[in-house]
Design a protein around this ligand. Structure first.
Ligand code: FCA
Length: 329
């Protein structure tokens, strides 16, 4: 091409060529990653693995702690203003689903829900929103089976043992977990009337601690407790409450879920009632969701609508090795 010689015209044409070359390369990809409890190790690990995906694939990751609905909505505004094309979110309230989708659509942002599935009209899961979560019922059943096996191993009888299930039933994935644990315990022959729920007001250690303290004052006189809950925090709070009521490590067994929020507990020199946890894949939840979002934006490759991950039991015996294998330690 012969570029005309007058300087302003030449400058204009050169600029246009540079800009169109940049356009062909595509806009830089920016992805948000919003989590409901940024202080919990589980979510920090999701972020760590999402950061790794950003580094490997070459996009910008914007990590946002979105602890309530207002923060979620303003974060979406900020992402859109900052040139992001999509975000992954573990919402602080699953009922915000329709609002989040409307806001994202309005801003032309793609959404993947991670961990906690959005709820739509009538409290039904929003099956059309791309979601990656855990096989919650099955993982809960593994917790129940482990508790039943440990009870047997210790020679405890149903007459002197009770179950404390720390529940948080407003989040479906958490309810499915405790329902699964209770189902497995009853299937193993544990009497239903000795299974007690302690409902948390907040899904964290203090929430579980308070709920279990209330239960323990109502159900005094038990010799042994088996403890399940929606995640590690739930079981850790319960174990602390039991210790406060004089239950030592040899009188209770607790099994958590996540496996990431109980590492310091398993490392304690002194044995506690926290026996083990179903370790989930923070890598799949952090890296894979960010990667799926990246390819969706870049190549138009739509992720699967519903993916579920599994868990593996870790205890004091194997946790060091398993965490190492999974790139957590
Ligand atoms: C929920 C829980 C987290 C984690 C995640 C997979 O969001 O609150 O602790 O278990 O599911």
């Amino acid at each position: 091409m012969k570029i005309p010689s007058t300087p302003p015209v030449r400058l204009f044409i050169v600029l246009a060529l540079v800009l169109s070359a940049l356009g062909a390369l595509g806009a830089p990809i920016k992805i948000g990653f919003l989590v409901k409890q940024p202080e919990e190790p589980w979510f920090q690990l999701e972020w760590k693995f999402a950061d790794k995906a950003a580094k490997d694939l070459g996009f910008t990751l914007v990590k946002i702690g979105a602890t309530d609905g207002e923060k979620v909505l303003s974060a979406i505004d900020n992402l859109a203003a900052g040139g992001a094309q999509g975000f992954v979110i573990c919402t602080p309230d699953t009922r915000l689903g329709p609002g989040i989708v409307a806001k994202a659509n309005g801003a032309n942002l793609k959404v993947i829900a991670v961990d906690d599935q959005f709820l739509g009209a009538g409290g039904k899961p929003m099956a059309k929103v791309h979601y990656l979560g855990i096989s919650a019922g099955k993982i809960g059943e593994e917790v129940g089976k482990t508790l039943a096996a440990e009870m047997k191993k210790r020679g405890w009888t149903a007459a002197d043992t009770a179950v404390c299930a720390v529940t948080f039933e407003e989040v479906a994935t958490i309810k499915e977990r405790t329902d699964g644990a209770i189902a497995a315990l009853t299937a193993a022959g544990f009497p239903k009337e000795k299974i007690f729920k302690a409902a948390e007001r907040t899904n964290d250690i203090p929430g579980a601690f308070d709920a279990v303290n209330v239960l323990l004052t109502q159900k005094s006189g038990m010799k042994h407790w088996l403890v399940c809950g929606g995640n590690d925090s739930a079981v850790l709070g319960a174990v602390r409450a039991l210790e406060g009521s004089g239950f030592a490590a040899d009188s209770c067994v607790g099994v958590g879920i996540n496996g990431t929020d109980c590492i310091t507990e398993l490392e304690k020199a002194k044995l506690t009632s926290f026996y083990g946890s179903m370790l989930l894949s923070a890598k799949a939840h952090g890296y894979q969701t960010a990667e799926m979002m990246f390819h969706w934006i870049k190549d138009g490759k739509e992720p699967p609508l519903d993916s579920r991950t599994v868990g593996v039991l870790i205890t004091r015996e194997n946790f060091q090795q398993v965490l190492k294998d999974q790139g957590i330690r």
